[in-house]
Write a protein that binds this ligand. Structure first.
Ligand SMILES: *[C@@H]1O[C@H](CO)[C@@H](O)[C@H](O)[C@H]1NC(C)=O
Ligand SMILES: *[C@@H]1O[C@H](CO)[C@@H](O)[C@H](O)[C@H]1NC(C)=O
Ligand SMILES: *[C@@H]1O[C@H](CO)[C@@H](O)[C@H](O)[C@H]1NC(C)=O
Length: 288
């Protein structure tokens, strides 16, 4: 009886051994460590102190970015130096080496410095409303339940800002709590253009109010759009205030929705726990 069970065990060991022996052949560098990052052919290799790190691949990723055989879609923009950023000529580098192996340190250590409202990010209620700021409604208080759950990715007609009329035409069913609005901004590749373009599409004041009054994208719900501001330039403050006055609404800005099929997904968004802060970079993914 003992020999009968020993045979499968032996073949299992053999398979494991073969896999182990085969492993080095699968790797493509980095001291034989197999890692998906190596498959990109070295394009993403960043030299320390290289300010243009990541710039080389800019433009290439306008494509859909899938993981896990298409199960996961990344809808977060990489922090490329040429991301549009208010008040400056592109975002620029956000990390900087403070210790470097080339200079004799035992490891490379970078520090992060960036405007929190750049790239794909979230606004806290205290971003524009003093009362909410004083109440401590910072980015660390955002409700993870709102930030994670089923979401509808919807296409806004390309000839309009997100006005009350446009909102009405979308027929977003009651009960839908999370909506990602894809607009003309995505077609115009505005997030791939270094210069801020103030003609971007966003919510008008009446569009924001319509959302509050007529949809369930309200209590604990959120609106995400595909440029650095969810409010159209001409309604920058007024439309922001309609949402930010209501602390239950969580607005995500700067989503990367290129080539993602419209429809319903599981959305996962996680901001950093920046105590007292008015916003945060956020990593958002869709799961099919
Ligand atoms: C560390 O930084 C140096 C430049 O200072 C660079 O040449 C080297 O490739 C980096 N190594 C690692 C492991 O990051
Ligand atoms: C490494 O040393 C070079 C030359 O002294 C200097 O220019 C560079 O800033 C240093 N980098 C780091 C990360 O310390
Ligand atoms: C959206 O509004 C902006 C002003 O905020 C304007 O420049 C732009 O042309 C409008 N876009 C459309 C498609 O109506």
């Amino acid at each position: 009886m003992a020999t009968a069970s020993a045979a499968p065990l032996a073949s299992l060991l053999l398979v494991s051994l073969l896999l182990l022996l085969g492993a080095p052949a699968l790797s493509s560098g980095g001291g034989g460590v197999a890692h998906p990052g190596y498959s990109s052919g070295g394009e993403g290799t960043c030299g320390a102190g290289d300010d243009s790190c990541g710039l080389a691949s800019a433009g290439a990723e306008v494509a859909l970015e899938e993981h896990g055989g298409g199960r996961i879609i990344d809808i977060t923009h990489a922090y490329r130096p040429d991301l549009p950023a208010p008040g400056r000529d592109g975002l620029g580098p956000v990390t900087r080496l403070t210790e470097s192996m080339a200079n004799g340190s035992v490891n490379n250590v970078s520090e992060l410095k960036m405007v929190v409202h750049s790239g794909t990010h979230v606004d806290a209620p205290g971003h524009m409303v003093q009362e909410h700021f004083v109440a401590g409604l910072d980015v660390d208080k955002l409700d993870l339940d709102v930030l994670n759950g089923p979401a509808l990715l919807i296409d806004v007609p390309r000839d309009t800002n997100i006005t009350a009329q446009a909102m009405e035409s979308l027929n977003i069913p009651r009960g839908v709590r999370r909506v990602l609005f894809r607009t003309l901004n995505t077609d115009r590749k505005l997030m791939w253009t270094k210069e801020i373009d103030t003609s971007f599409v966003g919510f008008t004041e009446d569009g924001a109010q319509w959302l509050l009054d007529n949809t369930d994208i309200k209590l604990g719900n959120y609106a995400g759009v595909d440029y650095i501001s969810f409010a159209a330039f001409d309604h920058l403050i007024s439309a922001h205030l309609v949402f930010l006055n209501n602390p239950a609404i969580i607005p995500i800005e700067g989503l990367k929705l290129d080539h993602v099929k419209a429809g319903i997904y599981m959305l996962h968004c996680l901001p950093l726990r920046l105590i007292g802060c008015d916003g945060s970079p956020i990593r958002c993914i869709l799961i099919k």
